[in-house]
Design a protein around this ligand. Structure first.
Ligand code: NDP
Length: 467
């Protein structure tokens, strides 16, 4: 079983708490661990938020009195269901589906669906918990949810994916709706899966509504939604660098992953004049010393669309090297963008990045940086953008897809991208407002994102009374 990773030896966050803050942190964490056994990623996500908001809550008695933290760690509801489907050989297959509806305090439940064999309830609780603060930061009216299944899309035929999606939606459909819960994609759920899911929802309900986001452009999708998480992450890096009078142009960027988020983070970084030297998948990474071009990136997009492995890149482009079974963090860079999965960058790797001159890190993925690694970045006072802030562009444009669906109109590419830029800037401003240190330019973006995200949800909860 995986272990809970909690910070123990650093000068900020829970390790620095004294007195009332320390007691409150220990009480809430003990409760979370006891009530949610075997869910280390959920414990980790909660500990990270408490590490920022406990002193703030202790200074604001109304939050403590209303037991806002104790309520925030308990999802509104969890649905777990069987997904039965038939594979191409006629064998019956059984998977487990989940939807964690975490909070609809500030809008309908909203968050992606993940199809990956490693997932369990704890995965979706961690993701749904994070989503609450992230969605609050976007400034848009969206609550928090997350779901998916332990289904492995790798190696499945198109027809198998379709049958799985249809069976999954047959159950999920009764729990979602355009004003209730609006899922989207995540790992293993891209445009193809969202289309199958949407088609099945439409068939079951005889309604064409914006019940999912990330839809095809022809049937209600928003321009820029596919690009939004990766682009938004790079805009956030740009904002963090501008805050310390630096620019992204000419900087070496190391990216992990080669899926949706990684591809579009790379694309925007290249467009802004940065030099992207790595991409990866769960088997290894490629290093392209002179930087990827748009043409080389287009090769990766096509490769991934047909289920290829990143290793194939070096057969096509001999200028690059492939490192089997390794992660890219040993490569010297100014900017690191972990865009693959949770806990993919550890303390040792963070130290190496800092020693190699890294000045900014943006979490394109959800919780890719371990607590120990986060502490290394915070101690070194480099610009560290946590996922809640740095990867919020995707859900923000999902919310704008909902808006366009409700209005039954379609904004242009430029219009949506302008809104994305302005949302990322506003998230940055909120982080600065709550994470700045007096008399310096240094911003603790972890504290800033957590406290700013918390405030809006907490105030709404108080307004509703005791629910
Ligand atoms: P994709 O499925 O498109 O790509 C995932 C990438 O991560 C692939 O390269 C995959 O490699 C790699 N990966 C997955 N699991 C592991 C693992 N255990 N170890 C190493 N590499 C792994 O997913 P997305 O790009 O959509 O999502 C990536 C991250 O971004 C996730 O954390 C997701 O929650 C987060 N995110 C996504 C958003 C979106 O809009 N899509 C929005 C906000 C956050 P392989 O093919 O070998 O599995």
């Amino acid at each position: 079983m995986k272990e809970t990773i909690v910070n123990t030896n650093h000068s900020h966050g829970p390790a620095s708490f004294q007195g009332e803050d320390r007691d409150y942190f220990n009480t809430v964490m003990a409760h979370v661990i006891e009530k949610n056994p075997g869910e280390p990623e959920f414990h980790q996500a909660v500990a990270e938020v408490l590490g920022s908001v406990i002193p703030y809550v202790n200074q604001n008695a109304r939050y403590k009195q209303a037991k806002i933290l104790e309520r925030l760690i308990e999802p509104d509801r969890i649905v777990i269901f069987r997904v039965t489907w038939e594979d191409d050989t006629g064998c019956v297959q059984v998977n487990r589906g989940y939807r964690v509806q975490f909070s609809n305090a500030i809008g309908p439940y909203k968050g992606g669906l993940r199809f990956h064999p490693s997932v369990s309830l704890g995965t979706f609780k961690f993701l749904g918990f994070e989503q609450n603060f992230k969605n609050s930061l976007t400034t848009l009216p969206i609550g928090a949810g997350k779901g998916g299944a332990d289904f492995d899309p790798k190696g499945k035929s198109d027809h198998e994916i379709m049958r799985f999606c249809q069976s999954f939606m047959t159950e999920l459909a009764r729990h979602i709706g355009k004003d209730v819960d609006v899922p989207a994609g995540d790992i293993g759920v891209g445009a193809r899966e969202v289309s199958y899911l949407f088609g099945q929802y439409k068939r079951l309900n005889n309604r064409f509504t914006g019940v999912l986001t990330g839809k095809g452009i022809e049937f209600g999708g928003s321009l820029i939604r596919t690009e939004a998480t990766g682009y938004g992450c790079v805009y956030f890096i740009q904002n963090m660098l501008q805050h310390v009078n630096q620019s992204i142009e000419g900087k070496i960027v190391v990216i992990s992953g080669s899926g949706n988020v990684a591809q579009y983070a790379a694309e925007k970084a290249i467009q802004l004049g940065a030099v992207v030297v790595t991409l990866s998948d769960s088997s290894g990474f490629i290093y392209e010393p002179d930087g990827l071009t748009q043409e080389k990136l287009d090769f990766v997009k096509a490769l991934k669309l047909k289920g290829g492995r990143i290793k194939a890149y070096v057969d096509q482009f001999p200028s690059a090297q492939y490192y089997d079974g390794q992660r890219p963090w040993s490569i010297k860079c100014a900017i690191a963008l972990p865009c693959a999965t949770q806990n993919e960058l550890n303390e040792t790797e963070a130290k190496q990045l800092v020693e190699n001159g890294c000045i900014a890190v943006g979490e394109g993925a959800n919780m890719p940086v371990t607590p120990g690694a986060t502490s290394v970045f915070l101690d070194a006072k480099i610009a560290f953008g946590p996922g809640k802030a740095a990867n919020a562009g995707g859900v923000a444009i999902s919310a704008l897809e909902m808006t366009q669906n409700s209005m039954r109109l379609h904004w242009t590419r430029d219009e949506v991208e302008t809104r994305l830029k302005s949302i990322m800037m506003s998230i940055h401003e909120q982080c600065v407002a709550f994470g700045s240190t007096p008399n310096t330019t240094y911003v603790n973006y972890v504290d800033g994102a957590n406290i700013a995200g918390f405030r809006k949800v907490a105030d709404a909860m108080i307004a509703f009374g005791i629910l």
